[in-house]
Design a protein around this ligand. Structure first.
Ligand code: SF4
Length: 343
């Protein structure tokens, strides 16, 4: 490396690993790929939480490789959300902070960003409130490299930790996405431990499995138990409100890993059989102002499940997931409420 310590925000504690903003990334691997592929123009895409580090990373790559770098300025919500236009404009695209979930353009390289936090302490704390002797252990991609520490910590407390297998959209054993909990469902454990931040993933695990979920947050050091009641009440209220609507927008995402066009057509046809006015809307970022002029009284989102389940407070109209629309029409019982997952 030409100037290994010259750029703000970077240090190289291990050979091949660059550390910035609390994350480790394998920059040497990426640099090697840029060199071997002879790329002269490189794209950089990252989620919002890593954006602040992108100018420094771009400068660093330019210094080391001599290639020019362009940063994607659009929002990025996941590995489902590749900036296709930038991909076409560059020789190689580095997509940071996510693991690959499906086939996409050949020139995209996924560069995982690994959080440094050790897991022993917070998992030992969580073990105090776990009730089962065999527990399914899940996490997000940022912590997946430290799952071994979690299993050891559980073992010391007489608990056997089990990790579900990768496959399909899931790149790593034990990893969950906001739209996919297959690693948890595969285990059929009595209880689950989620290691990570935020409530959305553990709520998804609880609703996808119907089991008790304990959260161990390695950043705050806090542990808690997930309660699905509040979310289910909100979803029941949204379904009830949507039941009064006659004009429904069926939202289809342009993002490659969120686009469920066949499902959208099925939902549209289903509503039409009940005499509802249904129309498909194709869009990139789903935002409240995009729907103001369409005159929809309610919407069904076939895009990322977080749109309906996490962001609904931003919208003046009710937004349902496809399984919730089925409940609204009486095609599915409320007791069979299903978390919307993308397979
Ligand atoms: S669809 Fe949503 S939850 Fe799934 S990877 Fe994309 S942003 Fe994440």
């Amino acid at each position: 490396m030409a100037r290994a310590h010259s750029t703000a925000g970077f240090s190289c504690p291990l050979p091949g690993i660059s550390s910035f903003h609390g994350y480790d990334i394998d920059l040497d691997w990426a640099v090697d790929l840029i060199r071997k592929s002879g790329s002269r123009l490189v794209g950089l895409q990252s989620p919002e939480g890593l954006k602040r580090a992108m100018p420094a990373l771009a400068r660093r790559i330019e210094e080391i490789t001599g290639a020019k770098v362009i940063i994607s300025g659009d929002p990025c919500f996941g590995a489902c959300d590749i900036d296709l236009q930038l991909c076409e404009a560059v020789d190689l695209m580095l997509h940071l902070g996510h693991a690959k979930i499906e086939e996409g353009p050949d020139n995209v390289i996924f560069l995982e960003a690994r959080m440094k936090e050790d897991l022993e302490e917070v998992v030992a704390k969580a073990a105090q409130i776990l009730k089962a002797k065999r527990v399914g252990v899940t996490t997000t991609i940022q912590h997946v490299h430290k799952l071994g520490q979690a299993l050891e910590a559980l073992k010391e407390h007489g608990i056997q930790g089990a990790i579900g297998p990768s496959g399909g959209r899931i790149a790593r054993d034990g990893q969950v996405l906001g739209c996919n909990y297959s690693v948890a469902r595969a285990l059929d454990a009595e209880e689950y431990l989620f290691i990570g931040t935020g409530k959305f993933h553990p709520l998804g695990i609880a609703l996808a499995t119907g089991k008790r979920v304990v959260v161990a947050d390695p950043v705050s050091g806090e542990v808690s138990e997930i309660d699905t009641d509040h979310m289910l009440r909100r979803r029941f209220a949204a379904i009830t409100r949507a039941g009064d609507a006659k004009r429904f927008a069926v939202l289809v995402s342009k993002k490659p890993g969120q686009k469920r066009m066949n499902l959208a057509h099925r939902i549209k046809a289903l509503g039409e059989t009940r005499g509802l006015d249904m129309f498909l809307v194709y869009l990139d970022n789903i935002e409240p102002d995009r729907m103001l002029n369409l005159g929809a009284e309610a919407a069904i989102s076939t895009a990322c499940p977080r749109v309906a389940l996490d962001d609904s407070a931003k919208y003046s109209i009710p937004i349902l997931t496809p399984p919730e629309f089925e409940i609204m029409l009486g095609q599915r019982e409320w007791v069979d409420y299903r978390f919307d997952e993308i397979e």
